[in-house]
Design a protein around this ligand. Structure first.
Ligand code: DGT
Ligand code: CA
Length: 571
């Protein structure tokens, strides 16, 4: 259990007590404890071992005991009991971003709101604004929060889809009689969110394959089960559709079920004009009915004079035209990446030592890694004081001396303050190889103000990268408002790269914005924002965003050799 998790549970307890209209002092005590634990620079588990939890301001005997319980068991009994005392409807209401306990109680008691759908109806009919203590924008915020919740329920993140599909594919791959097996649909196109998972297989014994599929340990419910088709609901509630096709039709089926639908419509149309019928079984001469392709995807595209089109491009966003002109991009690959430029260590809110992170980067085949911990004002994430960050610089020097074959770049993720200035003085920043600047507060400020904040930060000559530029967290909050065209222009002129964050809920910039950035001549950096070494594997997700954005190796700074990268960073 880390500080952050314990702080979240304390806050949740305060929420529940507020829902129950409990003692205000008690509620305040839990809130204060949550904040103090979150702001702590020491690791809570270390303090617990030293029996010095009670030295934390606001933590007495009772709360210290609860913290020890959480560290030991991963759970807090008091919290679990409280949850049972509060009506389920209220819990559902506070799960909506933007609805706090006070509002939830009001909605439940005064309007009798029982669930999210009823709440949406009340907000749409302006039944909430009249209530005492409700602000003007509340209805708007509630509707925005509901939209986020619905989206999260309808579509999973790409990472979740990859995990579920991986489990299905690796289990079926082992089966005798399974030849080709591959995910199709939005997952194969690597869309940032996925509604359901489509898997294609060729096999001589289709009914055996579908029979085994519906019995996999991952299956919670069987939705349909035929000889060549089956659908299941996984234990996570994810729908997986499996289709077994003839080897001679595999390419045609793969094109069809990979989609997108818009892309399919385009190529069917081109086929029709050439007297060809394209469907999931193959390509046929419309007049004679003779089959002329079907086995591989390349064969299908060849019949309409197109080169192979990578799945990530199949969105009808110009890939067909580019293919006809021979102007498709040579997409960046994961193996082009030579290092991760945004990684947190135990010095701020990460979990691993700089040396361990460097070794992990080396094991990934990287040439360099930048350790970029948070700056002073970001207390919730263990931001480092100027004194501490200079000590960290020493540590990086030591690790570089010790390790061969990997270069650790000294970096910071410095906070962009309200006026666009940075959270460290120039005389600190100049000692670092790489400066990432990012916004972590004030997400609701007006569009102009937020844009200016980033523009001013980019004009600081020390800044190399703007991290997760729009700040969205899928399922939690949308992007903050920015004039991206102005940001792109400035980034190009100032030699600042914009980040594609590979973190599963971020993927920020997204495919559309990253492509617009490239078109404006802006360089990008694909980073993971890893907080533990294993998260450096998220890189593949960021690369898939880059591929959907039509990026080539040359557009991305962390494909550069170390020397070329250092040159870019020096401006
Ligand atoms: P999703 O599941 O919403 O994330 O997105 P997809 O693209 O995986 O959509 P899905 O699962 O409904 O269908 C998989 C593919 O099958 C889709 O990309 C294209 C193809 N497909 C499905 N229905 C149709 C259709 O009515 N017409 C055409 N042309 N293609 C379809
Ligand atoms: Ca799908």
């Amino acid at each position: 259990m880390k500080n952050r998790q314990i702080s979240e549970i304390f806050n949740a307890i305060a929420d529940l007590l507020e829902l129950k209209d409990d003692n205000v002092f008690k509620i305040r005590a839990y809130r204060r404890a949550a904040m103090n634990v979150d702001n702590l620079s020491e690791d809570i588990e270390v303090l617990a071992k030293e029996s010095s939890l009670e030295k934390i301001p606001g933590i007495g005997k009772d709360l210290a005991a609860k913290m020890i319980e959480m560290i030991d068991t991963g759970k807090c009994r008091y919290y679990e009991e409280l949850k049972l005392e509060v009506p389920q409807a209220m819990l559902e209401l506070i799960s909506i971003p933007g609805v706090g306990p006070k509002t939830a109680r009001l909605l439940y008691n005064k309007l009798g709101v029982k669930n999210i759908n009823e709440l949406a109806m009340m907000a749409k009919h302006h039944r909430i604004s009249g209530l005492p203590g409700i602000k003007d924008k509340t209805e708007e915020n509630i509707l925005r929060g509901i939209a986020l919740v619905k989206k999260r329920q309808e579509r999973m993140t790409l990472k979740e889809a990859i995990d579920v599909a991986g489990e299905v594919v690796s289990a079926l791959k082992k089966m005798p009689g399974v030849n080709n097996i591959t995910p199709a649909g939005s997952l194969r196109r690597m869309r940032e969110t996925v509604r359901d998972i489509d898997v294609l297989i060729t096999s001589a014994k289709p009914e055996k394959v579908t029979g085994a599929f519906v019995k996999l340990p991952i299956v919670k419910d069987v939705l349909a089960h035929g000889d060549t088709k089956a659908s299941i609901l996984s234990r996570e509630g994810v729908q997986v559709d499996l289709r077994v096709v003839e080897p001679d039709s595999f390419g045609a089926a793969l094109v069809y079920f990979t989609g997108s639908q818009a892309h399919n419509i385009r190529i069917r149309h081109i086929g029709k004009e050439a007297g060809l019928k394209i469907n999931e079984y193959g390509v046929f001469n419309e007049k004679s009915g003779k089959r002329i392709a079907g086995k591989t995807e390349s064969d299908i595209y060849k019949t309409i004079k197109l080169p192979y089109i990578e799945p990530e491009l199949r969105e009808d966003r110009g890939e067909v035209e580019a293919g006809l002109k021979g102007a498709l991009p040579k997409l960046i690959k994961l193996s082009d990446i030579r290092g991760d430029l945004h990684v947190h260590s135990e010095w701020s809110d990460g979990s691993d030592s700089i040396e361990d992170l460097a070794m992990a980067a080396k094991a990934l085949g990287y040439e360099y890694i930048a350790i970029t911990d948070h700056s002073e004002s970001l207390k919730v994430a263990g931001g480092l004081s100027e004194k501490e960050v200079l000590k960290k610089l020493e540590e990086i020097r030591k690790v570089n001396k010790k390790l061969k074959g990997i270069r650790v770049l000294a970096g910071v993720e410095v906070d962009i303050l309200k006026d666009g200035s940075l959270d460290y003085k120039d005389d600190i920043l100049k000692r670092f190889d790489l400066v990432i600047a990012a916004i972590h507060t004030g997400f609701k400020d007006p569009k102009d103000k937020l844009t200016d904040r980033i523009l001013v930060a980019m004009d600081n000559k020390r800044v190399n990268i703007i991290a997760h530029p729009t700040g969205r967290l899928m399922g939690i909050r949308g992007p903050y408002e920015l004039y991206l065209d102005r940001i792109f222009k400035n980034a190009k002129e100032a030699g600042v790269a914009l980040e594609i964050s590979s973190f599963p809920e971020r993927l920020d910039l997204d495919d559309v914005n990253a492509r617009a950035a490239k078109d404006r001549g802006v360089k990008l950096a694909i980073n993971t924002d890893a907080h533990i070494a294993e998260q450096m594997n998220y890189m593949a997700l960021g690369v898939s965003v880059a591929r959907r954005a039509w990026l080539e190796k040359e557009d991305v700074i962390n494909t550069l050799s170390l020397d070329a990268l250092l040159k870019f960073l020096k401006k």
